[in-house]
Design a binder for this molecule. Structure first.
Ligand code: SF4
Length: 372
């Protein structure tokens, strides 16, 4: 008999699992039990799926099925409690996923106060997980260390969900009890892996139990996908990585602007169907002497005038091979003041996990650090 093909169950929808249970001559409620074991219980091995009869589990294994959670290859803990995980998949490729207790991830992004609680004692009351959508990235933003990796491949829906399940397991977090947010702002451009990203979102809502309002996706401005995203019945909130106030400047630091101009980007956002009380988020990484002038702030005001939006300001997180510098705190505050004076809510994002290369734009498989 030929060797069975290895197939991972993680990433399959209830309907796809039902097709499998049908094939094995099992009743449909077995698919629900599989679904529950994968996404709610976060079981690692088929042996743990105790509601399933032993012979069915055995037949699944013999047919080559496994759960398919990523392997934790590295775990770096920052002094601020942030944890950067290096998670590896079946083919040996890996991505980074970041846990930020008391986080000010893109969802909150309001710079609210946070203590330096010791993570292991589980004193956090809320947390944000920053999730990757691709291995590397093809978008080539000039201030981002991930860009230096180039794109290796897209992640599957199972690999996107798997990152979150692995972190939830490690942190013993409970989706119903704890205040958890997900931000799709790790490695990769989610809208260049749109179908897998959206399949993962549906599994997170239907399977894992996350509310869509607790998730935010950030795009560099893939205009056609912004329209598709707006039409989704279930979707996270939308953030746009803006980083420049005019076409020439944005083209310089985000070359993708040549393909989808600022004008087209803002037009697509003006048509974006926001829900009740929903706001767009603009992320703006401030680069010393490049995009951080008062004049740039005033241009941003004009650019996004009339949009129901807030702006998250991020002073550049430095990294090797990144040719920009971090602006002085006073410059960042001056930029913020101009936005708020114009009626645009603007928040300073505290850097998280800079010491372990876990902060925005720093995810580049940096392993030359002590593993804790
Ligand atoms: S900022 Fe985001 S989209 Fe730009 S290169 Fe980095 S990972 Fe890719």
């Amino acid at each position: 008999m030929s060797k069975p093909q290895q197939s991972e169950l993680l990433g399959l929808s209830l309907q796809q699992l039902t097709e499998i249970t049908d094939r094995f001559g099992e009743p449909p409620y077995r698919a629900r039990q599989l679904f529950d074991g994968l996404y709610r219980q976060r079981w690692l091995e088929l042996e743990q799926f105790s509601p399933l009869p032993g012979d069915f589990r055995q037949r699944l294994r013999e047919a080559g099925f496994s759960v398919g959670l990523p392997r934790t290859e590295g775990r770096f803990v920052s002094k601020d409690g942030t944890v950067r995980y290096l998670l590896a998949f079946a083919d040996g490729q890996s991505v980074e996923t970041v846990w930020m207790p008391e986080g000010d991830g893109g969802e909150a992004g309001d710079g609210s106060a946070s203590g330096d609680e010791e993570l292991e004692s589980k004193t956090w009351s809320r947390a944000t997980i920053c999730v990757s959508s691709q291995v590397g990235c093809a978008v080539d933003c000039k201030f981002c260390m991930t860009a230096l990796l180039g794109l290796a491949r897209n992640l599957t829906a199972g690999e996107i969900v798997g990152q979150i399940l692995a972190v939830l397991r490690d942190q013993q977090a409970d989706v119903e009890r704890d205040r958890l947010n997900l931000v799709f702002m790790g490695q990769g451009e989610p809208f260049l892996n749109y179908d897998n990203f959206m399949a993962a979102v549906r599994l997170l809502v239907e399977g894992v139990g996350f509310a869509e309002s607790r998730m935010t996706v950030s795009t560099s401005g893939i205009v056609p996908r912004i329209a598709d995203f707006g039409a989704e019945p279930v979707r996270p909130k939308l953030a746009v990585s803006l980083n420049a106030s005019n076409e020439a400047l944005r083209t310089q630091i985000m070359p993708i602007t040549k393909k989808w101009t600022i004008e087209k980007l803002i037009a697509s956002l003006r048509n974006f169907p926001l829900r009740n009380r929903e706001r767009l988020t603009f992320e703006y990484v401030l680069l010393h002497g490049v995009n951080d002038d008062d004049a740039h702030a005033r241009e941003v005001v004009e650019l996004i005038r009339g949009l129901r939006a807030k702006v998250n300001l991020i002073a550049l997180n430095p990294g090797p091979d990144i040719l920009f510098a971090t602006p002085e705190p006073e410059r960042v505050l001056a930029f913020q003041r101009i936005l708020t004076a114009a009626g645009i809510p603007a928040f300073l994002r505290r850097p998280r996990g800079r010491d372990i290369y876990a902060a925005c734009g720093q995810l580049k498989h940096t392993t030359e650090l002590v593993r804790l």
